[in-house]
Design a protein. Structure first.
Ligand SMILES: C[S@@+](CC[C@H](N)C(=O)[O-])C[C@H]1O[C@@H](n2cnc3c(N)ncnc32)[C@H](O)[C@@H]1O
Length: 405
């Protein structure tokens, strides 16, 4: 068996590669809901499966290697790298992504855990919307609560303000961020895409329960990572700026493996908004997380979905790929999950960008279940918006595996 390039990537036998492809392919097609570790602290849009990230890390890196995810989103690769004892750098230009990933991987002291359990048991049941405006107005950021005064959101909004007011009483920033993340998770459930009003009692019960569940999950994860010795650095950076990040200043800090999922051409994902009351968008996630809101959807999607030729998408993609290559070790691998709304036009352009950035595709011939040596998967119930016109094919994703030349 040979790779499509007709030569064998150094350092690995073809049997190893064949096995790697099969393991990554099986994991990529896994349709089980996201579960495990602290993955469910937030439902980050377009997240990929932890099993996929874990399979790529196991197959194409070794303990102690540096793994990079330049578009980390909810931190799936970061968590699985830590769990596997790798050093990992996770970066994203969305401050919400950095916030969520930080909470998912930051262990808490016994005192912090106790304070959070007390908060869940004694404070959360008292959250109400029946509060004097002066008690909560200091906690309502008008610029980040747009559309939360709509009918299905307004009672939850006041309860969220009450929650934010009580969170500042927690003694440490790690405990406060953890509580904000629990609130974020539950408010997302209560508001985002919800067709009916969420009763306040359900909101409070769920917040208390979620806080306890998250604390249990974090304790298990932190204990495991202290055994594996994994280490993480998180950045809130445009991928194009990675070579200038202090984390890569030392030329020995080069990634052996990138496991990632970039924005998709022609596919518009709402990373930065929830939709309330008939699809009206709110920036409330940034209000709850206490982060800066990064602007419009085009900021997070490599450009505007209305640009027919997606020129800006491919320009931005090339700029970021060159930067990623600049922080990788020669011979390292990039494993990425991508979708295209017009695969016949966009896949060749995407592959050309990879080539221009210094990567060669590593496909394995004649492997069962592979389509032209590539792994494709159907996307179950994905919530995104493809181009405004025409039929979309973006319900299929492809796994691309490249080697840094
Ligand atoms: C498909 S999501 C990644 C999801 C992630 N794999 C997970 O499991 O949660 C793509 C991410 O790319 C980020 N992003 C978009 N443009 C970027 C850029 N120029 N530099 C860094 N991150 C960017 C978005 O904010 C988004 O979080």
């Amino acid at each position: 068996m040979t790779t499509r390039q007709g030569r064998r990537p150094t350092g690995r036998s073809l049997d190893d590669l064949q096995q790697a492809w099969c393991a990554i392919g099986d994991a990529a097609r896994d349709r089980a809901p996201v579960a495990g570790w602290t993955h469910n602290f937030y439902r980050y849009p377009a997240r990929f499966s932890p099993r996929f990230a874990a399979a790529a890390i196991q197959a194409l890196s070794r303990p102690g290697d540096l793994v990079l995810d330049p578009y980390m989103g909810g931190g799936t690769t970061v968590l699985e790298s830590l769990a596997a004892g790798r050093h990992v750098i996770g970066s994203d230009l969305n401050s919400l992504a950095t916030f969520i990933t930080k909470v998912k991987i930051t262990g808490l002291t016994l005192a912090e855990r106790r304070a959070l359990r007390t908060w869940a048991e004694h404070e959360v049941p008292s959250f109400t919307y029946d509060l004097p405006a002066e008690d909560v107005s200091a906690f309502i950021d008008e610029s980040k609560t747009r559309n939360l005064s709509l009918a299905r959101a307004r009672f939850i909004k006041k309860s969220m303000a009450a929650a934010l007011a009580s969170i500042v009483e927690l003694q440490t920033s790690n405990a406060q961020d953890f509580a904000r993340c629990a609130l974020l998770r539950v408010a997302q459930w209560a508001l985002d895409g919800r067709k009916r009003h969420t009763p306040l009692a359900d909101f409070r019960d769920r917040l208390a329960r979620t806080t306890h569940e998250m604390l249990d999950a974090l304790s298990g994860f932190a204990a495991h990572v202290s055994d594996t010795g994994g280490r993480a650095t998180l950045l809130n950076t445009d991928a194009a700026d990675l070579p200038r990040a202090a984390a890569f200043a030392d030329s020995r800090s080069r990634a052996a493996l990138v496991v990632t999922s970039p924005p998709y051409p022609g596919v518009h994902v709402l990373y930065h908004r929830w939709q309330v009351d008939g699809r009206r968008e709110t920036p409330a996630p940034y209000w709850v997380a206490g982060c800066n809101d990064g602007q419009g959807a085009s900021f997070y999607n490599f450009g505007d979905r209305r640009e027919a030729a997606a020129e800006r998408y491919f320009e931005t993609s090339l700029r970021t790929l060159l930067a990623i290559r600049g922080v990788m070790r020669d011979g390292g691998y990039v494993v990425q999950m991508v979708a295209f709304n017009k695969p016949e036009e966009q896949l060749p352009r995407y592959l050309e960008n990879m080539r221009l950035a210094g990567f060669s595709e590593a496909r394995v011939d004649a492997t069962r279940e592979l389509d032209e040596g590539r792994i494709w998967r159907e996307v179950p119930g994905r919530k995104w918006h493809a181009t405004l016109r025409g039929k979309t094919e973006s319900s299929r994703e492809v796994v691309l595996i490249h080697r840094a030349e």
